[in-house]
Ligand binder design. Structure first.
Ligand SMILES: NC(=O)C1=CN([C@@H]2O[C@H](COP(=O)(O)OP(=O)(O)OC[C@H]3O[C@@H](n4cnc5c(N)ncnc54)[C@H](OP(=O)(O)O)[C@@H]3O)[C@@H](O)[C@H]2O)C=CC1
Ligand SMILES: CC(=O)[C@@H](O)[C@H](O)COP(=O)(O)O
Ligand SMILES: [Mn+2]
Length: 400
């Protein structure tokens, strides 16, 4: 930790990962102080957080929501634009920026934070998948970028003190999602409510649906390739029901090193924020420490036929070029359409597959080109869904 208290800017403060980070800050006020809070449009929750954490500023990237927040309180300055976000993540008062927002909107802020030599904890996987070639070279110090995604946080912990050349392969564990035991026929009748009911984690809608299709694990494979500078053949997914083990590294001498803990994002947040120290999390009595005596862990391979999204993401990992951005764009739109009941659960992978297979342009050379490809992925997915026709059932929005 650079200083006590460590001054934090939290992007995605009103979300699921944001709440875990705030729980750690709440439990250790002498170690962590919230200086800026950023979210998209949840003005009411942001207002509550301002009253609790007393930051010097808050931002809502939705302009209307920012206006509402200004009317709700006068305690802090309210920001809203991309420039404001850059101001926040490079602010001289800030030591550590946590990127816990969903989507890809914070990519440029992530670049700015790294360039300004801030420590960064990163939960947002889409940013790395879309922009790694323009983000990873900006990392200046080995302790600067700390993975918050639970599997990557586990791998990061396993790799500490190790020589990268001795890493043979890594395994990211997957819970298997709510449909781990389903067959093809049962998958056809899956509803958004069923898909959102994750067996282990309480997460935002997008990542919950991605977990149910196993796209989350596919996206995480690409994320891990870039974060740990590994080939696609070195990153594997393995099902671990219950998600007690989060990540495994196999070294060249055959040793397997794995990180296990109660599945709780506050643990990942604590390790990233307190690195190289560790916190005494008994201050958070709700986190039950694992007992070695009751530990039974099973691993088995994922079924890529039943969950084709994983195979599609692995193919994008192999081909790289435009495919990771296309995959993220198409998946975003397909998941949204599923939540709006415009397509079925099994059509999610069909939409993404068609977007990927119909694309033959060049690899992006710049971040701007990668963002254009991301947008093409979204547009093509929208066009496919439109042309397939709407199902005409009741449409319920799952937007927060
Ligand atoms: N949830 C989890 O346990 C895990 C999540 N992740 C990753 O972390 C990220 C966040 O996930 P999760 O917390 O579940 O998501 P949520 O949907 O719960 O929260 C998303 C957060 O991002 C904010 N946000 C959305 N768009 C923007 C934007 N354009 N600018 C600024 N803030 C924005 C939202 O604000 P508002 O509420 O105002 O709309 C909200 O605070 C995702 O990339 C996810 O894949 C990784 C590992 C675990
Ligand atoms: C908590 C976390 O890191 C999520 O990304 C988690 O991995 C989702 O669960 P699945 O293992 O089901 O994808
Ligand atoms: Mn994860």
């Amino acid at each position: 930790m650079s200083k006590n208290p460590c001054h934090i800017a939290l992007i995605g403060a009103t979300g699921s990962v944001g709440s875990s980070v705030l729980d750690i800050c709440r439990a250790f006020p002498e170690k962590f102080k919230i200086i800026f809070l950023v979210a998209h449009r949840n003005a009411l929750k942001m207002n509550d957080l301002i009253h609790e954490f007393h930051p010097i500023g808050a931002a809502l990237t939705d302009r209307e929501a920012a206006s509402i927040l200004r009317t709700l309180q006068s305690e802090v300055s309210v920001y809203e634009t991309d420039d404001d976000l850059e101001y926040i993540v490079t602010h001289p008062e800030i030591d550590h920026v946590v990127f816990a927002s969903s989507g890809t909107a914070a990519i440029k802020a992530l670049q700015k934070a790294l360039l300004a030599d801030k420590n960064v904890s990163l939960a947002n996987k889409e940013s790395i998948v879309v922009a790694a070639p323009w983000v990873m070279p900006l990392v200046r110090r080995t302790d600067q970028l700390r993975p918050l995604d639970s599997e990557h946080n586990a791998i990061w912990q396993c790799l500490q003190g190790e020589d990268k050349e001795t890493v043979e392969e890594i395994y990211l564990t997957a819970s298997g999602g709510p449909f781990r035991t389903y067959d093809q026929k049962a998958l056809r009748h899956v509803t958004p409510e069923m898909a959102l009911a994750h067996p282990v984690w309480d997460m935002g809608y997008k990542v919950s649906i991605d977990s149910a299709t196993l796209m989350n694990k596919g996206i995480e494979i690409i994320e891990a390739m870039y974060l740990f500078d590994l080939e696609h053949t070195q990153v594997k997914a393995v099902i671990c029901p219950g998600s007690i083990v989060h990540g495994i590294v196999r070294f060249t001498d055959g040793t397997l090193k794995m990180a296990a803990s109660t599945p709780d994002m506050r643990l990942a947040a604590a390790t990233a924020l307190s690195y190289p120290g560790r916190l005494r999390l008994s201050a958070l009595p709700q986190i039950m420490p694992l007992s070695v005596h009751s530990l039974t862990v099973q691993f088995y391979p994922p079924d890529e036929k039943l969950f084709p999204c994983l195979a599609l993401a692995k193919e994008a990992a192999r081909k790289k070029g435009p495919y990771p951005s296309l995959l993220v764009g198409a998946d975003e739109v397909a998941v949204d359409a599923f939540l709006r009941r415009e397509i079925s659960f099994t059509q999610i992978s069909l939409v993404i597959e068609q977007v990927l297979s119909s694309y033959n342009d060049n690899a992006p050379q710049t971040l701007e080109e990668s963002l254009i490809i991301l947008e093409r992925g979204r547009e093509r997915a929208r066009a496919l869904i439109r042309s397939a026709g709407r199902c005409g059932k009741e449409r319920k929005s799952y937007d927060r």
